[in-house]
Write a protein that binds this ligand. Structure first.
Ligand SMILES: *Cc1c(COP(=O)(O)O)cnc(C)c1O
Length: 234
């Protein structure tokens, strides 16, 4: 079995190769290690190998790991799971980024509840591009309204868009989904130049990071290829 450090090395090489092949600048794609269901010790191993950005889907599980890893001050925590509105206070307090904001109510609460002593919370809007099964993500048509409202919220910095395309589609379908998200971000930058940096496209997972990078991803969210297969489906 290969170690987490070895896996991080291979994933980093895959990212570098895809970035180069797409004619993009080296270093323009960051790696978010998706650590749901993984133990604090496995995260510590990744951190020791230099991986400092972790994505978590479940709040309580994330909070437990944060306290176990509180000696590692440089870790950056990203929340990437569905958000229940009664959990926003803890999310706003504990994370630097939230990739899964998909409605105004949640955005307003995160902004109000972000402590003023902390920098604004970085957020991405999650868009449901073609995954009928998934209840998460706003519809693409809702984006302009959401962006114009969210750009007014002082506790948030609007960084970009996130999507989890339907994994069961063809390579062509997948590519089109990523392209739709990239185009949606371009249109928002054009129509709302003051809305925030809008510099992030959070797309691509273990199986499709090359396609996502070819279509403009700036942040790939990788679980399996870093930590191995998850034992429970999630
Ligand atoms: C689990 C998960 C990932 C990582 O998926 P892998 O296929 O294991 O790389 C990425 N993004 C989200 C939102 C996830 O829930």
């Amino acid at each position: 079995m290969s170690s987490i450090a070895d896996n991080l090395g291979s994933v980093t090489r895959r990212i570098q190769k895809a970035t180069l092949q797409a004619g993009r600048d080296a270093g323009s794609v960051s790696l978010l290690a998706v650590s749901k269901t993984r133990s604090a010790e496995e995260l510590r191993e990744a951190a020791t190998a230099g991986q400092l950005a972790f994505g978590e889907n479940y709040l309580q599980e994330a909070l437990d790991k944060m306290s176990e890893l509180s000696d590692l001050a440089d870790i950056e925590w990203h929340f990437i799971g569905p958000i229940q509105s009664n959990k926003t206070r803890q999310i706003a307090a504990a994370f630097s980024w939230v990739h899964s904001v998909d409605r105004l109510k949640v955005a307003r609460r995160l902004s109000e509840q972000r402590e003023t002593g902390l920098p604004p919370l970085n957020i991405c809007l999650q868009v449901n591009i073609n995954n009928e099964q998934s209840k998460s993500g706003c519809r693409p048509e809702e984006l302009p309204e959401l962006v114009s409202e969210i750009s007014q919220l002082p506790g948030l910095t609007l960084r970009g868009l996130m999507a989890i395309p339907d994994p069961d589609q063809s390579e062509t379908g997948l590519r089109q989904s990523f392209r739709m998200l990239a185009n949606a971000l371009k249109e928002l930058k054009r129509d709302f130049p003051e809305a925030g940096p809008l510099d992030t496209l959070s797309m691509g997972m273990s199986g499709d990071l090359e396609t996502a990078i070819a279509e403009g991803s700036t942040c790939v969210r990788i679980g399996t290829a870093v930590f191995g297969e998850r034992s429970r489906k999630s």
